[in-house]
Design a protein around this ligand. Sequence first.
Ligand code: GDP
Ligand code: MG
Length: 301
Amino acid sequence: MQAVMKNVDCIIEVHDSRIPFSGRNSEFEYTIGGRPKILILNKADLADMSCRKQVVDKLKRDGCSRVLFSDCKHDSTNIIKKILPSIQELIHDAGRYHRAENRDYNVLVCGVPNVGKSSLTNAIRHKYLRAGKATQVGPTAGVTRSVLEKIRVCDEPLTYILDTPGVLAPNVRNVEVGMKLALCATLQDHLVGETIIADYLLYWMNRHRRFEYVEHFGLKEPTDNITELLVPIAIHSNKIQKIRTSEGRYEYKPNISQAARVVMAAFRTGKLGKFMLDDDALDSLSEPAVADNAGDARHRS
Ligand SMILES: Nc1nc2c(ncn2[C@@H]2O[C@H](COP(=O)(O)OP(=O)(O)O)[C@@H](O)[C@H]2O)c(=O)[nH]1
Ligand SMILES: [Mg+2]
């Protein structure tokens, strides 16, 4: 990525709207060397947008002056149309001193795996050229495998997007960040373990009093025991495994990891509602500077 950087006029960093802070790699700022950058928070269709303003304010404070939310699946807000003009304006304002003689624009799209870089490139290309998919899209982390694809997305002005595979390693500061990244499928599931990811989701939902899973999976009441959630799901969705015992008999057991995959799929397709997994980063901001008594009590609880 560093090698192609000299021909790049602008960077689109793509990340997942449900985790606007977790996993983004600040070291990357050194690599882009002051080039104009736009941050696209994708999968907005799956994100709880009620704290959108707080998210944008915090990102601005952290140095991301241009932030757009996108949804490549439906583009209900028609944001795809606004991305290219926004980039062209940024490039124009930045002066392109190092590539002023070139008439074409090169935009590098980057971000951690599976946040929708290829989907976004395809959506922009489709908007301007009415062309089909130029870059492969996949549900699992790490689908774009070749080193770099240069894709023409617009003729006037001639604009190319350089789509990278997930060469940016997510910045996993702590276990919780790792679990959020795994839940949003930016890490491959088997690296963390399906049951552990589902258990984190259950913990997160209970902590936030988000009990949509109770009704969705037909439970009687909330639970904080992952087995109590997964066993009925396995039985109900016929995820049963045949196991041979040491005495040579066969036993049938609920397949817990397949049930965990059902839970993750429900989360990842929005069936459990919309989420802002990074709201803890926002809470600390909205904390009053001088805590009143009620605030203290809230904090202790
Ligand atoms: N719900 C939703 N899914 C998306 C969106 N954009 C991409 N996806 C899905 O996310 C997965 C990864 O997309 P892809 O473009 O391959 O990600 P990349 O690895 O960053 O290039 C695919 O299954 C896409 O269909 C979006 O805005 N909303
Ligand atoms: Mg890709």
